[in-house]
Design a protein around this ligand. Structure first.
Ligand SMILES: NC(=O)c1ccc[n+]([C@@H]2O[C@H](COP(=O)([O-])OP(=O)(O)OC[C@H]3O[C@@H](n4cnc5c(N)ncnc54)[C@H](OP(=O)(O)O)[C@@H]3O)[C@@H](O)[C@H]2O)c1
Length: 235
């Protein structure tokens, strides 16, 4: 009997932490779907990994666009018929050193749109594939900025609220889903990517290594929790 590979999907997989998550999932033996909102960038990133003999393919998906998410879910269902691991990694940091009440509302709306509603719509569209097989592992890439304790300090308001909401979504969905489907959030630390900047102490590779244990937790594993470096964080 041929062993069917597990399928993993990563949003915003063309660069930064997402690209490294795709690479490491493929190295662990997953068939990985790299998704990206930009077709050229996504295709190029997937090609680069394929050249290293990794089982990576590309599907376009803009998490700000519900129709794009819907179409991606149809393609994934047709081509693979399953998703075992879903990583909501796509994110933006649009804050410009302004207080929440002084910033242009479009900054908050855009940040919530990608970091919160993006993840929400992706989960909504892909969870039926997990429910079909009674199995799934969902990882939401959050941030320590999403901890409730962070709301006591001004600054970075749009980003903080988007990750607070993402953490809440993680817990709520965990309470709603049945079967062996787990959803957890994780803080990757301060990572040297376009978002984190060059001074960040942690590489995308180290960040991905600290995240991916959640992709293979067993039926007794955590559900609805928030982690950093394998340790549960209160938020
Ligand atoms: N870096 C850090 O220090 C840090 C710390 C805590 C949490 N995080 C979180 O980690 C995740 C990855 O961050 P990163 O550091 O790798 O950031 P990054 O280098 O800026 O990459 C962000 C990724 O998200 C994608 N993206 C943005 N909007 C999208 C949309 N509407 N649809 C699809 N993809 C979209 C980008 O695609 P394009 O190339 O098309 O723009 C890119 O692939 C984010 O959720 C971030 O909030 C990062």
């Amino acid at each position: 009997m041929v062993h069917e590979k597990q399928v993993a999907l990563v949003t915003g997989g063309n660069r930064g932490i997402g690209y490294e998550l795709v690479k490491q999932l493929a190295l662990k033996g997953f068939k990985v779907i790299l998704t990206s909102r930009n077709p050229e960038n996504g295709h190029e990133a997937a090609q680069k990994l394929k050249q290293s003999d990794l089982d990576v393919s590309f599907v376009v998906m803009d998490v700000d666009n519900q129709e794009s998410i819907h179409q991606a879910a149809i393609i994934v269902n047709d081509r693979y018929g399953r998703v075992d691991v879903l990583i909501n990694n796509a994110g933006v940091y649009l804050d410009e050193n302004e207080k929440l009440l002084n910033m242009r509302p479009s900054i908050l709306e855009g940040t919530m749109g990608t970091n919160f509603f993006g993840a929400y719509h992706v989960i909504r569209s892909f969870i039926p594939l997990m429910e079909k097989q009674g199995y799934g592992r969902i990882i939401n890439i959050s941030s320590e900025y999403g901890a409730m304790s962070e709301m006591s300090y001004q600054g970075v308001g749009a980003y903080k609220l988007s990750k607070l909401a993402l953490n809440g979504l993680t817990r709520l969905v965990a309470a709603e889903i049945n079967g062996d489907i787990k959803i957890n959030a994780v803080d990757p630390g301060w990572v040297s990517s376009d978002m984190g900047g060059p001074s960040a102490p942690r590489t995308p590779k180290q960040a991905a290594e600290s995240i991916l244990w959640l992709a293979t937790i067993g039926p007794e594993g955590p559900n609805g929790e928030f982690f950093r470096d394998g340790k549960r964080i209160d938020w």
